[in-house]
Design a binder for this molecule. Structure first.
Ligand code: FEO
Length: 166
């Protein structure tokens, strides 16, 4: 059985994952309108993965006797300046999500909820991967700069990158 404080932060995490999914969907749509097929596909996939992260939490909360709340979604931005801006936003957003996950983990330890603590380790590992991936992509984009040929190849090559294994 979940204690109410843990149930509350897990529901907040459900909301964070749902809003991440929504945010990346906006990035996918923007990239698609700009002709970046690879980047758009990357973000459609990423958006789906965030939805999976949300579902995993919903199932956990309900299985543990809590009540998972389906959250309201914020309207994400419609327009982004450039690819580097999009990936900087991705990295910044994942850093915020990592902090939220760490707070959940802290709370689990405080309340000796080792089951939820164990469950959350998957998210801790996932955040390390996602932040590293966003940093790696941003570094590539910095090297490419405004070079159109480079951006073309980047958009093609990103099709090979998987966000993570679920
Ligand atoms: Fe749900 Fe981007 O981690």
């Amino acid at each position: 059985m979940l204690i109410s404080e843990i149930e509350k932060v897990l529901n907040e995490q459900i909301s964070a994952e749902a809003n991440s999914s929504q945010y990346y969907l906006a990035m996918a749509s923007w990239a698609e309108t700009k002709g970046f097929e690879g980047v758009s596909s990357f973000f459609y996939n990423h958006s789906n993965e965030e939805r999976e992260h949300m579902l995993k939490l919903i199932k956990y909360v309900n299985e543990r006797g809590g009540h998972a709340i389906v959250p309201e979604l914020k309207k994400p931005p419609k327009v982004f300046d450039c690819l580097a801006h999009v990936f900087q936003n991705l990295l910044d957003h994942e850093i915020v999500v990592s902090k939220k996950i760490n707070l959940v983990v802290d709370l689990c330890l405080k309340h000796k909820d080792y089951t939820t603590h164990n469950f959350m380790q998957w998210y801790v590992a996932e955040q390390i991967e996602e932040e590293a991936l966003a940093r790696m992509i941003l570094d590539k984009l910095k090297l490419i700069g405004d070079d159109k040929g480079g951006l073309y190849l980047f958009d093609r090559d990103i099709l090979q990158i998987k966000v993570s294994e679920n």
